[in-house]
Design a protein around this ligand. Structure first.
Ligand code: ADP
Ligand code: MG
Length: 735
């Protein structure tokens, strides 16, 4: 290979030549380029052909594919067929029966309207059409190339409808053919497409098979029920684990903003990847924000459960939908998207909570007969996914599935309605049955954990609970307070104390059933403790000498090593025999704590825990974890507020801790200063943005589901009702 010359301004100046001449491209080139855009892969051809069949009112559509679609794609339907006199222009670009003037686009119901698809196929493949229209005794067959008929249509015998055959796709696009030939997943993509189409268009029967294969890989029958079609296409294991879902929004004049109906999986469903089948006004599309929003609810509701299966059909007023986007652009953005996503998210959340509650109820009735012995089949009900949860390979920092077969239990117990009187005893009954299975005799620990949970339940403030469950998150008002709306009121809520309490409560409820965060580099406790002690010194401004600190660190390390077994078993905090911290619990899915706070956490374990009294001990450890995992403001000052000046030139950071952490920014390193500040600023911006995202998308959804706000939070400044408008304006100014 030639070695490339390095770029220099001189070289560029020399390379500037006369402007190149502009000329018109030959029509065949234009058409081929355009065709390559419309038909990107075999699956795009199948989609266009199937949509044409649907537009032709077909009730049965059969697809045959050879060699991933490169050799042959054949789509047969029983639709209205194509008129004989239209055949000559059928495959010309911009010929269509579906649109005549631009205004028609506003109300168009058909999937196609550009008259581009068939034409495109003739520029990149060989197309043969066989069709018959109503009232005729025979049909016609004709082949096309580059938009035109190869010969006159020939009369032939035909069954109702149209069959379109595309052979040797991309025969004239060598590079594309080569890349596609090597990929084996085109047929999978086609099967996936037809599966999705089939469960939406329930009045049409679909089939898809490989050429020469006796068995179809998709085979749906026209049915009146969506669930039936999901069962036929995706199987019983999916269909039997779905719950139905509806949501809608009307505006004042009672015209609708959107309507949605669909099915989503419950906690029994197991899958590694999300399947989201989304139709907007009957068009198959993708909408990443909506998918993400639903996934978050699942992650928050079933902490160890799988990714969801989602089918949704959204209907928007036609004038809200711009159908005139590029045909290959599947990702849509909707008008009123935020509102729609949020409404749907709450609907999913509510549904899952209800279905979880009803499972709890079932469990209670079983538990209420104390004489019944422990029944293994009931356990299947608790953990239907089977006990062999897969281990994920451990590299950098990974989440490993707990191998505990009862791992799923907490998801199930948590969302018990707090009003349930029976919740206490029932919970301990369930827990002790879990313990029995683990063959552990000691039950004392469970009593004390249960007492702590009862304390939380007893101290729950019902008014705040209602706010937490039904509020909408508006934004961060400052570094610590979030602005919330609940009914007609606005509240400021302290995210730090809320998240601290949430984490504490989750630790109690997940006691002994955590998934793990594996630390890539196990951290020596003694060093962590030294770091923490030094930092404490800076805060207190009284420095003990280093020898003393080392002694304290050493003693605490020994102490924690002694308690390692218990810390690991109950809290998933693993300390290895050499005194390294190597594992931490996942308290909330999708959330990793700020690792800069590990030293403080370890010191807190060493200093603040009373290891003698069991209940106090558990409480203190849970509190230490709560404090560690809480969503504190990042250590770097917030660059979007007054904190920005900390990143400005020549102004040393005010906070001595930051100077210690970023000594170059203290102002003495003038040369690199500018660069470093930019880096630091970028780092700070990322940290703050990440935190805000987590607050909105992880903390609040989880709080809605799990937090029992304490009575004290009504008066200690955790929740503040925003009384005056004036105050509110001030807040918005800062948002
Ligand atoms: P569009 O669907 O955008 O109109 P196409 O190139 O996909 O453009 O199809 C051109 C025309 O061919 C359609 O408007 C329709 O009238 C006709 N057509 C295509 N496929 C079928 C079919 N399976 N049954 C009946 N008519 C069809
Ligand atoms: Mg079409």
């Amino acid at each position: 290979m030639d070695t490339e010359e390095a770029w220099t301004p001189e070289a560029e100046a020399a390379a500037v030549k006369e402007p190149p001449k502009i000329h018109r491209l030959e029509e065949s080139v234009v058409n081929r380029i355009a065709a390559g855009e419309v038909i990107q892969r075999p699956v795009s051809a199948v989609k266009e052909l199937v949509e044409n069949s649907l537009d032709a009112d077909a009730t049965s559509i059969n697809v045959v594919v050879k060699d991933g679609g490169l050799k042959l794609i054949q789509v047969s339907d029983d639709g209205h067929g194509i008129r004989y006199e239209d055949l000559p222009i059928l495959c010309e670009r911009h010929t269509t029966s579906k649109l005549s003037k631009y205004e028609d686009l506003q109300s168009i119901k058909s999937m196609g309207f550009r008259g581009e698809a068939l034409a495109s196929m003739t520029y990149v493949g060989h197309v043969t059409v066989t069709t018959i229209t109503k009232g005729h005794l025979h049909g016609y067959r004709v082949s096309y190339r580059d938009g035109v008929m190869e010969s006159e249509p020939k009369a032939c015998a035909a069954v109702k409808g149209t069959q379109i055959m595309v052979e040797n796709l991309f025969y004239n696009m060598i590079a594309r053919r080569k890349t596609l030939q090597n990929s084996s997943d085109d047929y999978t993509k086609i099967v996936d497409l037809l599966s999705r189409m089939a469960i939406h268009h329930t009045n049409v029967s679909f089939s898809c098979r490989k050429h020469g294969a006796a068995r179809a890989d998709v085979h749906s029958i026209a049915t009146s029920s969506r669930l039936d079609s999901i069962r036929t296409v995706y199987g019983v294991s999916v269909a039997s684990n779905l719950v139905q879902l509806e949501a809608s929004e009307y505006n004042d004049s009672s015209s609708f903003v959107f309507k949605m109906d669909g099915y989503v999986s419950n906690s029994n469903y197991v899958a590694k990847k999300t399947t989201m089948v989304l139709f907007v006004n009957d068009r198959l599309v993708e909408c990443a924000p909506l998918k993400r929003a639903v996934e978050i609810v699942y992650a928050a509701t079933f902490p160890k459960a799988s990714k969801p299966f989602i089918y949704m059909s959204i209907v928007l007023p036609p004038e809200h939908v711009d159908v005139n986007v590029h045909p290959t652009k599947r990702e849509v953005s909707l008008l009123n998207q935020e509102l729609i996503v949020e409404k749907i998210q709450s609907a999913v959340e509510l549904k899952l909570r209800q279905s979880n509650d009803s499972r709890t109820y079932k469990e209670q009735t079983v538990e209420s007969s104390p004489s019944s012995p422990y029944n293994p089949s009931k356990d299947l009900h608790l953990n239907p996914s089977g006990s062999k949860l897969q281990k994920v390979p451990v590299n950098k920092m990974v989440r490993t599935d707990s191998s505990d077969p009862a791992g799923r239990l907490h998801a199930y117990v948590q969302s018990k309605p707090h009003t349930s009187v029976a919740s206490g005893p029932n919970l301990s009954a369930v827990r002790s049955s879990v313990r029995q299975r683990r063959n552990l005799n000691e039950t004392a620990d469970l009593t004390s954990i249960q007492e702590l949970i009862d304390d939380v339940d007893r101290n729950c403030h019902s008014g705040l609970l209602d706010i937490v469950r039904h509020c909408s998150f508006i934004g961060m008002a400052d570094d610590v307070y979030a602005l919330l709306q609940h009914n007609t009121h606005m509240y400021l809520a302290n995210v730090v104390s809320l998240s601290k309490e949430l984490m504490y409560q989750l630790v109690l409820r997940r006691f002994a059933h955590f998934n793990a965060i594996q630390l890539s580099d196990p951290a020596p406790l003694s060093e962590l403790l030294m770091l923490a002690l030094k930092e404490e010194d800076l805060d207190m401004e009284n420095s003990e000498n280093d020898d003393l600190k080392e002694k304290i660190a050493e003693m605490n390390t020994e102490l924690l090593k002694q308690k390692a077994e218990m810390l690991e078993e109950y809290f998933c905090v693993k300390i290895d025999t050499r005194g390294n911290l190597s594992r931490l619990p996942i308290i909330l899915d999708q959330y990793t704590p700020d690792m800069d706070r590990i030293p403080e956490f370890v010191l807190c374990l060493g200093n603040d825990v009373d290891w003698e009294d069991e209940k106090c001990c558990f409480q203190a450890i849970a509190a230490a974890l709560g404090n560690f995992y809480a969503m504190h403001p990042p250590l770097l000052p917030n660059p979007s507020g007054e904190g920005l000046q900390c990143y400005k030139k020549r102004k040393p950071l005010k906070n001595p801790v930051d100077i210690e952490r970023y000594p170059n920014d203290a102002g003495d390193n003038v040369e690199n200063e500018d660069e470093i500040e930019h880096q630091l600023l970028a780092e700070a911006e990322a940290a703050w943005a990440q935190r805000e995202w987590s607050i909105q998308h992880v903390l609040f959804p989880a709080m809605r589901l799990f937090l029992k706000p304490l009575n004290s939070m009504a008066t200690n400044g955790t929740f503040v009702k925003v009384a005056s408008l004036e105050k509110l304006y001030k807040i918005f100014e800062r948002c």
